[in-house]
Design a binder for this molecule. Structure first.
Ligand SMILES: Cc1cc2nc3c(=O)[nH]c(=O)nc-3n(C[C@H](O)[C@H](O)[C@H](O)COP(=O)(O)O)c2cc1C
Length: 180
């Protein structure tokens, strides 16, 4: 065993699935790549994302009180990196990453990403300030998936490769599921 510096401990437990957060307010939009995410309640269903306070996406979520979780597959890895490397304050990330806006069903301002294999529309249920991040708790209003990639209630990872983050520019993909 070797010791790990405290500023690296997140890397031990956060090998999380990478999602793309979209948010809009009035005529502004952005896409933020996010690996710090987790479900936090079953009943009612609630999902948490941790976004740095300084991010444009955080500022827009505070205003619009909504966001969408878009699930990219491995083919979108280069776009995931692009959306996670520059702020939407300066550029339109839909143009920059060549991603297509899709209309949401219930959100007022926020578009979805058409190329993603799943989308979850969330109302902002709660915001917590934790250190240099906000934890935004989303109440899912509507979700859809590309049906060829989703079995009754879980991803068919024999058909779709989801993206997981090790840190920095290092990633791995989901492998075929097993049944016990
Ligand atoms: C793989 C990857 C994962 C990331 N995960 C997070 C995250 O969980 N939370 C966060 O605040 N930023 C995360 N980022 C950084 C943001 O996506 C990035 O700063 C983005 O440019 C913010 O855009 P915005 O200013 O338009 O909101 C990640 C970046 C990458 C490349």
């Amino acid at each position: 065993m070797k010791s790990i510096s405290i500023d690296k401990v997140t890397r031990l437990i956060n090998c999380g699935q990478v999602i793309l957060i979209t948010v809009g307010f009035e005529n502004k939009f952005t896409i933020a790549t996010c690996a710090w995410q987790m479900p936090v309640s079953k009943e009612p269903p609630l999902l948490a994302i941790a976004l740095a306070k300084k991010h444009f996406s955080s500022q827009l979520i505070l205003k619009s009180k909504e966001f969408a979780i878009n699930i990219p597959d491995w083919q979108l890895l280069d776009k995931v990196m692009l959306c996670g490397s520059i702020s939407g304050r300066k550029i339109d990330k839909f143009d920059y990453a060549q991603l297509t806006k899709a209309k949401s069903k219930y959100l007022k301002y926020t578009p979805l990403i058409k190329e993603c294999v799943g989308n979850i529309e969330c109302d902002l249920a709660e915001t917590k300030e934790i250190g240099d991040h906000y934890i935004f708790i989303g109440k899912p209003l509507y979700a859809k998936v590309k049906e060829q990639y989703f079995l009754e209630d879980f991803w068919d990872t024999t058909k779709v490769n989801l993206i997981f983050h090790l840190g920095s520019k290092f990633f791995f993909k989901s492998s075929p599921y097993i049944s016990l």
